[in-house]
Design a protein around this ligand. Structure first.
Ligand code: ANZ
Ligand code: ZN
Length: 945
């Protein structure tokens, strides 16, 4: 029997399709499992070997679930609207509809030769009017609820794609598609109010079984900030400046106010600004930079003072200068900030560049929560004021540091401040006592830091108020210190650089930083220089100060509304009509779908109008309300519309009356496992969750979240380690690989490359290893002995252990380890004289999800009538798996030459015989006389020669 993969694979693919064996079951009494792939965008280039990795994973998983008695829904479809298809069509001078048809055909062929178990009866295509009828229907529901509206705000405009874009379509301020720098362009557009769902999108992430990294990027994308809006009045004017701040507790520390260049207030202050020309110049320049660049960390701070105007701090009526600076964004918060350079890094950098004053209003509070000196719960805090002495050498550039011997605290000389002492006096006394140095001069106070920790030496929880001060010794005159002082501390002289590395306490580090001139502190603490609020903790002061100045507590999000219209041809028409009398009128649901007209020219117009606007016959219509002359909306929906709900349509793909039948929805939703690339973390996966929640609100679906479990497949890169792409010339075509090695080998190879969620390199050389395994499986069939009732106990045990391993591994998407388990079993089969039919059958079943063709062929060859893929998954028997095998190391002349598996507690004689029979050991014994054997029970046998 020769293994002819081409013949076998073709034969079974045809047979499976003919018998429709992967048809989704409809018996709702059975448990269900919905396994979903992120459906592809059928581009002109077809699939490369990297694309199927995720599909192979879901294929294995869904086959496994089917064999475990689940009704499995594992569908496939096409996300075919949008720019790539349209640009491809323009470039190749074919109509997008024709191009898409052709590309889909090619994709489907490529998927088919891999032997996937898709239920093709449920295939969907987002460009099919029967599909997008429901995309339009969802839009109408959003419109009805006021969640879709027209807006004239400036939006991102890609000059090369000639269309408006949503924030999600940008990457580093550039068009994600063509990498052009986008402009801001004011234009009429449709917007979806995704921000109404921001809170729910954020909160419900907690319950999802998704990779933490994906959840975290969604959290950042949503970007929730709690804060306050405070009003600063402008001296001698009516206008007010509203600022958004997350730190109202720092209000007394504001030393200037900044307006974003986009803030319209600037223009209205024009007549009072003597340096208007300079200001205007800055405003014009600022427009060019993207928000992302402007908020980049470490970017040089620029800006211009609005001379002639001043803001009034509502907390203390102080007059503050007003600046315009582009580090404040027009699109976030209120487009204005109160700048607190002592407590905000960007303000700190700006103040540094513009020589503006700094005012510390938060004294750091460090609370130790971990380690030996963590505050011990239940014990009272003992408050203590202490002076922290930074002492400079009398002649060298060195500082005096101190280490507590008992607990290795490394800091400075510290001592309690006693009744009636000031910090200078306390410091001098302490330095003399602790170090013996006598002639100490007090120079200045440095900073205050509060600190809570457990004092292991004194055995108390301490709440220390550290006042740091700077001293210098006048000379080296020194007295012997007391015995008990020496027992407690070491003192050393260190250079500034050494001090930096020496310190091991957060509070001491902050003190040193302040001493070195860095007064920035962004954490929480205790208020100072803040009038009646001084002494209060910063958290509670947030509310108290907001209230005191009649501010408003608000929550802001980084998430922006979803800009939902594109000025392009290849998308779902937005189903509304503009009537000169009635305004925006929704297309009645009974008139859906509004189909895309067939056109000759679909290239973008460049005017900001969709090419559809030129098709008068299509545009001109009658108003559904007043029956007067009216025009259709000519903008189309973005690429992400159709993919925001496609997983629902698979459940009920042919329903003409509704988006989905609620009974079917109830049975199949949510998707049990969803597999796709990480690049969708903040686009598709946020949009789809938004639409799903909306559909839940209007009772079109019954679940709050669409995708329970999410898995990201790692990328397969080209042999050169770079992402596969046509332009790099490193693309490997799966068709060729399948032709040469077979789909089974290909599938096995991709799963064996490494952990599913990790990236790997493709290597056509290494695929040979997988091919050899498949060939071995083929050869093993010849060893099957139909009369044999069972295999040797060890082999029986291994078979059952493998059942357990493969099941557990598939369950947790650890496909590579399951393959190694199967390989081990394959090797043991090879060593055996013969294999029982039952066990070989189990082996085939375990391998079937990975290599569906060869296993089907051999399964039938064993005499089975039913497809292996419809069989029940092998039952694991713990009793059979519980072997008593142990591995015994075999040495010849004291050198390790191999190992054997034997039943534990075997006689020495048996072990010796087994060892001698093992081929890899026998060769070392050839021509030798064994003088003696040494056996360490169940562990090692040594042949002394
Ligand atoms: C004063 C202040 C003091 C601030 C302080 C921080 C620390 P997130 O967390 O990202 O929401 N801000 C407000 N609007 C801004 C805008 N349009 N462009 C740039 N920065 C803006 O950041 C909120 C903080 O960012 C706000 O709190 C404000 O600075 C600044 F010790 O106000 B803060
Ligand atoms: Zn009308």
């Amino acid at each position: 029997m020769k293994y002819d993969h081409v013949k076998i694979e073709k034969k079974w693919q045809k047979e499976w399709a003919k018998n429709n064996i992967y048809k989704t079951g409809s018996n709702q009494k059975k448990p269900k499992h919905y396994v979903l792939d992120m459906f592809p965008y059928p581009s002109g280039q077809g699939l490369h070997v990297g694309h199927p990795k995720g599909y192979i994973g879901t294929d294995i998983y869904s086959r496994y679930k089917r064999m475990n008695g689940f009704n499995v829904l594992h569908p496939m479809g096409w996300d075919a609207f949008g720019l790539p298809a349209e640009n491809y069509a323009i470039k190749n001078k074919v109509h997008p509809e024709v191009a898409v048809k052709k590309n889909i055909k090619r994709y489907k062929e490529q998927l088919s030769i891999l032997g996937f178990d898709y239920d093709w009866e449920r295939e969907i295509n987002t460009t099919d009017p029967e599909y997008y009828r429901w995309t339009q229907w969802i839009f109408l529901q959003l419109l009805k609820k006021g969640l879709a509206y027209e807006s004239y705000e400036p939006i991102n405009w890609c000059p090369s794609c000639q269309t408006g874009l949503a924030n999600e379509d940008l990457e580093d301020g550039k068009c994600e598609r063509c990498k052009s720098v986008v402009e801001k362009k004011p234009m009429r557009q449709w917007v979806l109010k995704i921000t109404d769902y921001a809170d729910r999108l954020l909160k419900d992430l907690d319950n999802l079984d998704w990779p933490e990294s994906v959840k975290e990027s969604q959290r950042n994308w949503i970007g929730r900030s709690e804060g306050a809006e405070l009003e600063f009045s402008i001296k001698d004017r009516e206008e007010k400046i509203r600022v958004f701040t997350t730190r109202p507790d720092t209000l007394f520390g504001a030393t200037y106010v900044v307006l974003a260049p986009e803030n319209p207030l600037i223009e209205s202050l024009k007549e009072d600004i003597p340096n208007w020309k300079e200001v205007k110049k800055y405003l014009d320049k600022a427009k060019a930079a993207s928000d992302i660049d402007r908020s980049a960390e470490g970017r040089e701070k620029t800006g211009v003072c609005l001379e002639g105007v001043a803001a009034i701090n509502p907390a203390n009526q102080e007059e503050l200068p007003i600046y315009v600076a582009d580090y404040v964004l027009g699109s976030y918060g209120t487009g204005a900030v109160m700048a607190v350079p002592a407590h905000d890094e960007r303000d700190y950098e700006f103040a540094d560049a513009f020589d503006l004053p700094l005012k510390t209003v938060i004294q750091p509070l460090i609370v130790k929560t971990a380690g030996d000196d963590a505050v011990q719960p239940g014990k009272a805090l003992e408050e203590r004021s202490a002076v922290v002495c930074i002492v400079k050498h009398w002649s060298e550039d060195k500082y005096l540091c101190s280490r507590w011997k008992k607990n290795d605290w490394k800091g400075f000389v510290i001592g309690g401040i006693e009744q009636g002492e000031d910090i200078g006096q306390a410091g001098i006394r302490e330095i003399q006592e602790e170090t013996g140095y006598q002639d100490v001069g007090f120079l200045t106070g440095v900073t205050t830091v509060h600190s809570q920790f457990y004092h292991a030496v004194k055995k108390v929880n301490r709440f220390a108020h550290f006042q740091a001060a700077f001293f210098q010794l006048k000379n080296g005159k020194r007295k012997e210190t007391a015995e008990e002082e020496r027992e407690l501390h070491d003192v050393v002289w260190l250079t500034a650089e050494e001090v930096e590395n020496f310190l091991n306490r957060e509070d001491m580090k902050l003190i040193w930083q302040a001493f070195r001139g860095n007064l920035l502190y962004e954490g929480n603490g205790i208020l100072a220089n803040s009038g009646a609020f001084s002494g209060q903790d910063s958290e509670s002061a947030k509310q108290a100060i907001t209230k005191a100045v009649s501010g408003k507590r608000v929550t802001k999000y980084k998430l922006r509304e979803w800009v939902f219209s594109r000025q392009r041809y290849w998308g779902e028409p937005i189903p509304v009509i503009h009537c000169p009398h009635c305004g925006v009128v929704p297309v009645p649901e009974k008139d859906l779908p509004v189909t895309l007209p067939k056109v000759k020219s679909y290239a973008p117009t460049g005017t900001g109008e969709s090419p559809l606007a030129a098709i008068k016959k299509w545009v001109n219509t009658t108003c559904p309300t007043c029956k007067g002359k009216a025009e259709r909306e000519t903008n189309t929906m973005p690429q992400w519309a159709g993919s925001s709900w496609y997983y629902l349509r698979y459940i009920d793909p042919k329903n003409k009356k509704a988006l989905i039948d609620p009974k079917k929805e109830k049975y199949w939703q949510p998707v049990d496992v969803y597999v796709g690339g990480t690049e969708h973390a903040t686009r598709h996966l946020i949009y789809a969750r938004f639409w799903h929640k909306f559909l839940y609100d209007i009772k079109a679906v019954g679940t709050k979240e669409p995708f329970k479990l999410l898995k990201n497949q790692g990328l397969i890169s080209g042999p050169d380690g770079r992402k596969m792409s046509k332009s790099l010339g490193n693309v490997v075509n799966p068709d060729d690989i399948v032709e040469r090695f077979g789909a089974d080998t290909f599938r096995l190879y991709e799963m064996f490359l490494g952990p599913f969620e990790q990236g790997n390199l493709w290597s056509t050389d290494n695929i040979v290893g997988s091919r050899r395994f498949i060939e071995k499986v083929w050869r093993l069939a010849e060893k099957v002995d139909s009369k044999k009732k069972a295999d040797e106990p060890e082999l029986e045990a291994l078979v059952h252990k493998t059942i357990k391993k493969v099941s557990d591994d598939i369950e947790r998407f650890s496909f590579n380890t399951a393959v190694s388990g199967l390989m081990i079993l394959g090797n043991e089969f090879e060593k055996a004289e013969s294999i029982s039919r039952v066990n070989f059958g189990i082996f085939l079943q375990l391998l079937a999800p990975y290599a569906p063709h060869i296993t089907e062929e051999l399964w039938r060859w064993l005499g089975n009538k039913k497809s292996i893929h419809l069989e029940a998954w092998p039952r694991y028997s713990p009793a059979k798996a519980a072997d008593s095998l142990v591995t015994v190391i075999v040495q010849v002349g004291g050198k390790v030459r191999g190992s054997i598996r034997v039943n534990s507690d075997s006689e020495e004689e048996t072990v010796a015989r087994k060892a001698q029979e093992a081929p890899e050991i026998g060769k070392w014994l050839e021509g030798q006389t064994v003088k003696k054997t040494v056996y360490v029970k169940n562990r090692l046998i040594n042949f002394v020669v």
